[in-house]
Ligand binder design. Structure first.
Ligand code: MG
Ligand code: MG
Length: 267
């Protein structure tokens, strides 16, 4: 069942999203080579709780961390632990906050130290793919328009689009209807209406789109071992177009500042 949110609910989700954005920004600033992922997890939980939120992921279907931290060929759902970040790694941080019963969900992938030009390009194109998908979130468009735009942008650059994991409705639960694939055909699927809140989250790979799950039961990796990137925002469809509820202050993390204009236009 798809639930449309009232303006009051969207306002709560905007406050939830602000916590998510603030804590994500603080984590991005804290990342450095030599750091164990467990330390970032600790900072995430502390940051969310001291702002009055709850870490949505903690205990979700038994997930042990407060954030998902996925490195290099890990696509999503990496478990924080003793792994030490190395210069040249790509790190995906996926974070969710529950505030007054409403969830916000957001992710970025960022370089640890200096990464290869090819890796940097993967980050850029994945973030661009998120933004072109969000731009389709106009009332009267369809869910398929979002996925088609993401897929076209990623594949134009020769990248793979993961099929097994998708974006989703978000609200009182982290995963609500509808599912929002990162691929598809324009004009297909559910019609978008004001009040719909979606988490859009392209998962883009340097090689093929196939993935598998590690023995820990959580970590999703690329089947061919190539790099993956993941960007996500929680966005409300409004009469005035899409409103990003997890928008970050770009001045605080210059590593991906080049993409600021497109996000500002949509926000
Ligand atoms: Mg997420
Ligand atoms: Mg999500």
């Amino acid at each position: 069942m798809v639930t449309l949110k009232t303006l009051r609910e969207i306002e709560i989700m905007r406050r939830s999203g602000k916590i998510t954005a603030q804590v994500l920004t603080s984590l991005m600033k804290a990342v450095r080579p030599g750091m164990a992922t467990a330390e970032l997890d600790r900072l995430a939980e502390q940051g969310i709780r001291e702002r009055g939120g709850l870490p949505t992921f903690k205990g979700y279907q038994g997930f042990p961390g407060s954030v998902c931290l996925s490195v290099n060929d890990e696509v999503v759902h990496g478990i924080p632990g003793s792994r030490v970040l190395q210069a040249g790694d790509l790190l995906s941080i996926d974070i969710g906050t529950t505030l007054e019963g409403y969830v916000s969900d957001s992710a970025v992938t960022l370089p640890v130290g200096t990464v290869s030009k090819a890796a940097q390009r993967l980050l850029e194109v994945t973030q661009e793919s998120l933004m072109v998908g969000i731009a389709q979130m106009q009332p009267g468009n369809h869910v398929g328009d979002i996925g088609a735009a993401i897929q076209a942008h990623a594949e134009a650059h020769g990248y793979g689009v993961v099929r097994e994991l998708v974006g989703h409705g978000v609200g009182r639960a982290m995963h609500e209807e509808p599912q929002v694939p990162n691929y598809g055909r324009p004009g297909t699927g559910m019609e978008l209406r004001a009040g719909l809140v979606l988490a859009i989250e392209p998962m883009i790979t340097q090689g093929g789109p196939e993935v598998r799950i590690l023995k820990d039961g959580w970590t999703v990796v690329t089947a061919d071992g190539k790099l993956a990137a993941h960007f996500e925002h929680t966005i409300a469809v409004t009469q005035d177009g899409p409103k990003i509820l997890t928008l970050r202050d770009y001045a605080e993390h210059p590593t991906i500042e080049p993409y600021r204009p497109s996000e500002e236009v949509i926000a």
